[in-house]
Every structure is written in structure tokens, then in C-alpha cells.
Design a protein around this ligand. Structure first.
Ligand code: PLP
Length: 393
């Protein structure tokens, strides 16, 4: 028999595309003793969590709650509930996560039209208008913060445009909630999903979703059963609202976690938090650029919380990432899909987005690049970041 030792992982700083480090207050909330999932005190905690989520999403949507699984389950919950076989869906594709949306929508039996753009670029309203006019879909799906390319899609006018064509707007906000501007009601978003482990600085395990009244009506008026039993909102709704009838056992500890994570977001203030992410991004970008690492995303649309940069010619992706981890305890991400081996992804999400981490990752990366034979002027990344901070001060 093998003896399995006590759990003792090495200290890490998680600066990849997620999970990001959990806030100490979140971890301590998670050691709170359990309540039963139908205990009146737990119902109060559920209500509070939903209210905090509405505030973080800037929505009044009654149907707002965390799905009991990671971000992908939120994507799946939105698609399986809104779509019935034969419905038309348009997916805006410009990165890895939108390709998953195409896959999931296809599995629901939807007739999927793909509006394609090169990875790292954003969609403009005119293109989307033409597609809506031609296809007349029931749902248009788009990724707000594309984590594979580090691109931030402008969202302001999109809701109005979709509604002109009687189409529901579905948004992947897995990497945007808790990091950058996100206004569900003002932007006319009908269905949205996110996660707990990126901008909210909680462990992975919950996917906050929210549905507009328009989307809720569509779900209630379905003719066919939702393919997924677990994600069928027509019954989950009864647990997270309505009659509180048992559907599945809520992950009590994760609900404690997200409640604390959301309290932290709102204590800081949404505007202040968004600004903090922008400031640290500006400094990090100056540093990475000075070190000769160009961004993959289109200029003007780069994502503050996820910095995707091209790996210099001749440098081995994995060697550098392994050295970052072994020598500095820092995790950064590699590329996905078309960007595998070509791109590094440096996350500055939620509780991790602070100057100390910007300066640390820049100096560690400089060291590893030098080991890999790249000629980097000593201290150039840190100096460029410092100059940005000096200007911001
Ligand atoms: C991380 C991510 C997901 C998947 O979320 P999981 O929590 O890993 O299931 C989906 N979309 C985007 C844009 C992401 O960054």
C-alpha cells in the first residue's frame, strides 16, 4: 500500500489565464462550518449572494445566480436553455473560447452560423448588422474578454443592435467580471455567464449567470425539454428563486467563497477595481514591450487582465514556463489552439493585479529570457513599468 502524505503544495503565484490566487478572506470564509442546503440561514446567504451578483453585474435581472460548476457549465447552461433544436444561432468567432461556443451550440441542435474574424481582432457593428439581417438568428453569442488572444470586445451598442432584429445577446464574461467594465442592463445583454476563479479571486467551481426578462420568457416558453437535466433552468430556477425546492445540493462552501469574493469587489468599488486593472496593465505592457514581447491583440483592444504576447523567435515556450515555475513559483499560461507554443498569457486578475506582481513577473521573465539566450537589457522591463507608475502617481 502506498502511503499518501499530507497535502503540501509549493507556494505559487498564479499569473496565468486562471485560476488566479484566491483572496485570503475567501479562503477563510471557506473554512466556515456547513449549513444544510435548505436551512433558512443558507437561503438567506443564497439571497445575499444573488443580490451581490446583481450589483457586480450591474443588473436588476431576478434570474441571477451561480451555476454549480465552472465557467463552461455557464456557457452550456445559457445555450441549452435558450436554444431548441432547429433554432438559428450566430457565433462571433475570433479565438479559442468562441470556438467552444460554436461546438456547444451545435450540440443543442442549433443551426449555427459563424461570423469569423482573425484571432486577436474585434468585431464591428456593421459586420454584425449584416449578419443579423441575413441570418435572423434567435441568439447571437460573443466573447467579451477572449482569454486565448487577450482581446477586449467593445460591447456598448451590441444589445440595441441585436434587439432591433429580435435576437438575444449572449455574452461570455468568464474573464471580464471583476476586472473590466461590464454593464449587463445598460449594454442590453440577455444572457451572460462568468466564473469564480478569475476576476473574483475565488477557487474554481461556480459560474455566475444572469438572464434578462426577455431571455427568461424564452426559457419559460420552451416547447421541448432542455437536453441537460442538471442545467435545466426551468427546474434550477425553483431552487435559486421561487419555491426553494430541492434540485441538487448547492456547493455550500463555494457559495460562502463567492459571497466573500463579491463583497470584496463591491467594497473596493467597481470603478476603482476596473481602474486598478487598467493601471497595472499599462505598466505591465510598457515592461513587456520594452523587453521585446509584442501583444497578440489588436492595438486599442487589449485586455488589461490577460496579457497575451508573442514568444520571441527561437525561444522554447515550455522551457521558459517551467523555469518561471521552478525558480520563481510563478505560473504563466501558454497558448491555446492556433497560438500553442507561440504565445504566453500573463494574467493580472482580481486580487493579483497589483504593482508588486507586475514588477515581479517582469524581472522573473527577464531572467528566464536571458537564460534562453535572448539579449534583454538588464532591468529594462521594470524600468519601463516604473516610469508608467510614476506618471500615474
Ligand atoms: C476560462 C474561460 C472559460 C472556461 O471556464 P472554465 O471555468 O475553465 O470552465 C470560458 N470562456 C472564457 C473566455 C474563459 O477565459
Amino acid at each position: 500500500m502506498t502511503v499518501v502524505g499530507q497535502l503540501n503544495p509549493s507556494p505559487r503565484l498564479l499569473l496565468g489565464p486562471g485560476p488566479s490566487d484566491a483572496h485570503p478572506r475567501v479562503l477563510s470564509a471557506m473554512s466556515t462550518p456547513l449549513l444544510g442546503h435548505l436551512d433558512p440561514q443558507f437561503i438567506t446567504i443564497m439571497n445575499e449572494t444573488q443580490e451581490l451578483l446583481r450589483q457586480a453585474y450591474l443588473t436588476k435581472n431576478p434570474l441571477t445566480f451561480p451555476v454549480s460548476a465552472t465557467g463552461m457549465a455557464g456557457m452550456e447552461a445559457c445555450l441549452v436553455n435558450l436554444i431548441e433544436p432547429g433554432d438559428k444561432v450566430v457565433v462571433c468567432y475570433a479565438g479559442y473560447f468562441s470556438s467552444r461556443m460554436i461546438d456547444v451550440a451545435g450540440r443543442t441542435g442549433a443551426e449555427v452560423t459563424v461570423l469569423e474574424r482573425p484571432w486577436g481582432t474585434v468585431f464591428d457593428l456593421q459586420q454584425i448588422r449584416e449578419t443579423l439581417q441575413r441570418v435572423r438568428p434567435k441568439v447571437l453569442g460573443i466573447v467579451h474578454a477572449e482569454t486565448s488572444t487577450g482581446t477586449l470586445q467593445p460591447m456598448e451598442e451590441l444589445g440595441n443592435l441585436c434587439h432591433e432584429f429580435d435576437c438575444l445577446l449572449l455574452v461570455d464574461a468568464v474573464t471580464s467580471l471583476g476586472c473590466t467594465e461590464l454593464k449587463v442592463d445598460e449594454w442590453g445583454i440577455d444572457a451572460i455567464y462568468s466564473c469564480s476563479q478569475k476576476g473574483l479571486s475565488c477557487p474554481p467551481g461556480l459560474s455566475p449567470v444572469s438572464f434578462s426578462d426577455r431571455a427568461t420568457q424564452v426559457i419559460k416558453a420552451r416547447k421541448s425539454k432542455v437536453q441537460s437535466w442538471y442545467l435545466d433552468l426551468t427546474s434550477v430556477m425553483q431552487y435559486w428563486g421561487g419555491e426553494r425546492t430541492y434540485h441538487h445540493t448547492a456547493p455550500i462552501t463555494m457559495v460562502y467563497a463567492i459571497r466573500e469574493g463579491l463583497r470584496l469587489v463591491l467594497e473596493e468599488g467597481l470603478e476603482a477595481r476596473w481602474k486598478r486593472h487598467w493601471n497595472n496593465h499599462k505598466a505591465l505592457k510598457a515592461g513587456l514591450t520594452a523587453m521585446g514581447l509584442p501583444y497578440t491583440a489588436q492595438e486599442g483592444h487589449q485586455l488589461p487582465q490577460l496579457n497575451a504576447v508573442r514568444i520571441p523567435e527561437g525561444v522554447d515556450d515550455l522551457t521558459v514556463r517551467k523555469q518561471m515555475l521552478a525558480q520563481f513559483g510563478i505560473e504563466i499560461g501558454g497558448g491555446l489552439g492556433d497560438f500553442k507554443g507561440k504565445v504566453w498569457r500573463i494574467g493580472m486578475m482580481g486580487h493579483n493585479s497589483w504593482p508588486k506582481n507586475v514588477l515581479l513577473v517582469l524581472s522573473a521573465l527577464e531572467h528566464c529570457l536571458r537564460t534562453a539566450g535572448v539579449l534583454v537589457a538588464p532591468g529594462c522591463g521594470v524600468a519601463a513599468a516604473e516610469a508608467v507608475y510614476a506618471q500615474l502617481a
